[in-house]
Write a protein that binds this ligand. Sequence first.
Ligand code: FAD
Length: 525
Amino acid sequence: MTEHPTVAIVGSGPIGSAYARTILETLPTAHVVMFEAGPQLTQRPGASVRNIADPDEKARAREMSQGPQAGSFRESLGIPESAVVEGMFTARQGTHLLDFGGEGSAHAPTFPAVAAATNVGGQGAHWTCAIPRPAFSEKIPFIDDDEWEDLISTAEALLHHQAAAFADSPIGGAIRSLLSDEFGAELPEGHGVGTLPVAGDPQPDGSMLWAGADMVLGPLIEEGTDESTRFELRDLTLVRRIEHEDGRVRGVTVEDLRTKETSFVAADLVVVAADAFRSPQLLWSSGIRPEALGRYLTEHHVVISTVSLDGDRMGALITDEQLSAELAHRAVHAADPVAAVNRIPFSEPGHPFSLQVMYAENPPFPLDPESTEAGNRWGYVNMGYGVRKHPRAEDGVRFSEDELDYRGFPNMTIEYALTEREETEIAEATRRLERAGAALGTFIATPRLLPNGSSLHYMGTMRMGDTDDGTSVADPYSRVWGTENLVVGGNALIPTANTMNPTLTSVALAVRGARKAAEALGAES
Ligand code: FAD
């Protein structure tokens, strides 16, 4: 090892960025080179696409993130034109389906909505920025509470956490009040109806600058800082292989997707944060195959509905002037219409679900103009119940020995099934959603379960554990069992059954892994 240890990071999403920032700030001699298969979308690397005001620019940035589904940009992103897209499900804008139906598509008939983003900032350039803390059995059992508190608050600071965003929205307050009347008595103290914590910076005009990987990178992408001189980000550079021998990683082989040239980059530490499917795929393809790799896949299932708010009940809680003032404010910030986001968090034993309730002036689909709910001036809410998936080795991704995907990696087949445990909780969540809807107004879309994979929060495929017993891929500091200097990051590390948005937890785990890795690199060099 040299005096200046080099760290190679695969993937530029919030997790790779948290590793880069923590290592460079902790170890002043370290250098980080970050490889990202997708293109840089914004001048500030990794910024949230939601902050782009111009609709055409925003649409372009989203299309460029869509890998094999990037349409006219596909070839310029190094994706063969032959990757034809005929998926029966449509991916969320900015993401691409893994099972897109063309040549080299993954096979995921039981997890059809599974999607990824391929761009600087990863999915973190497109995310909704909800950052609730995990609670009760969602937490990692082998990290003690004091350390966890420090890790999760550090993660919140990295993500520019806002605890009470939208708390002063009168509409949001009225919705909370109606939900509290319905559910409050059943919920434990401190886990009642509240606002959803989000990641971003409130602006003086009342709008939000949403957080992306850019905010996590912070000083690494500010001109003139010491950290920026030790940080390099290479976009459109695909890591093809992790090179290793005798349990020690030597570096990575990368392909420049612009020139198609392949080269070796030596590294003292490799961090793989390339999402919950492509990270295990890269490890497997590089011959690193712990038994649990790709297994124990979980997400949280989502039961959704849309409700037209009841004018009488809302009108009893807020005045006409308050409604008009809030609508006038929202009209000015039409580019990003999220105003009031409320939730009921996970708690045990009473509420092993998370409910998110988003206000909108208009329903997400056209209503029959004759309908009594059309044009409701009190607005609508889109609500989703997150239901956990209990981890099982049977659920997961397998990699083919002889079939390649559109990128030339061993192709993926995802196997996944809901069991009676999940079906029972989904049925209970549906009943609670019916109660929530009745408390708020009239359903214009009754509760329905979204197809598997819709959450975009995929966990467990590189789960961490406290012993190397074949049921985990990484140790409690995210180091792959049996290797010395290979660290993995992302939602895939989360070993528990979860109902909530996982990025905050994954950033906290990244901070822990990065501190440990920096300590080891410092000691060795
Ligand atoms: P990613 O952000 O997925 O980044 C991984 C990167 O690795 C990608 O850019 C990919 O191109 C790159 N990569 C893959 N393979 C290679 C390779 N071989 N070489 C080089 N690069 C490679 N989470 C929440 O907690 N709250 C939310 O409200 C929320 N809302 C969401 C809404 C949407 C629309 C989406 C798409 C996601 C949402 N998420 C949310 C999920 C959140 O964005 C992810 O949890 C987070 O981005 C994961 O970070 P990551 O760094 O692990 O992976």
